[in-house]
Design a protein around this ligand. Structure first.
Ligand code: CA
Length: 247
């Protein structure tokens, strides 16, 4: 299974700094998006450390970790990212309290059509556009999302809630990280989107589906997603990584 990817990020129209980070290795099928928090300096540092640590963990695995499943390798890479963020915060009191969301897509090697492995902590999301239909593959680890699932809050109430930014899982905020992971069979033509809440709070899923499926040029697709968030307010940093499975 081969893939192409493009990404775009923007500080948005309100914030002074961009605490989102992304990174990917198309040749190794690894794609990462993080949304840092904990003050501008801390947020930028946490998200960057997490992206780099997970990418390194997944791309070094070919040499040192022969027998592990991609699932196990990813779990260890995420645990390593958690340790790295905690250690950095320990070394620099100006960074204490920093943390980051994380969403990772791994296109597993093997015979086509292959499997996609998705792991996340926090409210950054992974979507799949397949045959024109958009599916959200991740549930937000956030206070309001849990209340929606329990039936104690409606979607509309959640969107207005002062607690809507409170996330319940993250990288770098606890000694261990409890990410959620899943594997799905891929199909040629699948198009994945990894993004931060700066996109999903400004652009509804109907519009995301339309933009994500609008054309073959992935650079333009990523740019159009970020542009839409900024046109609708751009109140937060916004990041979109678009991954096309070729087959
Ligand atoms: Ca954000």
């Amino acid at each position: 299974m081969t893939a192409q990817a493009a990404a775009q990020t923007s500080t948005g129209r309100v914030r002074n700094s961009n605490e989102d980070a992304f990174g990917y290795r198309t040749d190794r099928g690894v794609f990462v998006v993080c949304d840092g928090m904990g003050g501008a300096a801390g947020g930028e540092v946490a998200s960057r450390i997490a992206v780099e640590t997970v990418l390194r963990g997944m791309t070094d695995s070919g040499t040192g970790r022969g027998q592990e499943s991609p699932h196990q390798t990813l779990h260890e890479a995420i645990a390593e990212a958690n340790r790295a963020v905690l250690e950095r915060a320990d070394q620099d009191t100006g960074l204490s309290g920093m943390g980051t969301t994380l969403v990772v897509l791994v296109l597993e090697p093997g015979p086509a059509p292959g499997l996609a492995l998705i792991a996340h902590a926090g409210d950054s999301r992974c979507y799949l556009l397949r045959r024109g239909r958009l599916q959200r593959l991740t549930r937000d680890h956030s206070l309001v999302d849990e209340q929606i699932r329990l039936g104690t809050m409606t979607q509309e109430e959640a969107e207005r809630s002062p607690f809507r930014s409170v996330i319940t899982r993250a990288i770098g905020t606890q000694p261990t990280v409890n990410e959620e992971a899943q594997e799905i069979p891929m199909e040629a033509g699948d198009r994945f989107l990894l993004c931060t809440d700066g996109l999903t709070r400004e652009v509804d899923e109907e519009a995301i589906a339309r933009i994500l499926g609008a054309g073959p040029d992935l650079e333009r697709t990523a740019q159009a997603l970020v542009d839409a968030a900024n046109e609708n307010g751009g109140r937060d940093n916004v990041t979109a990584v678009v991954v096309q499975v070729i087959g």
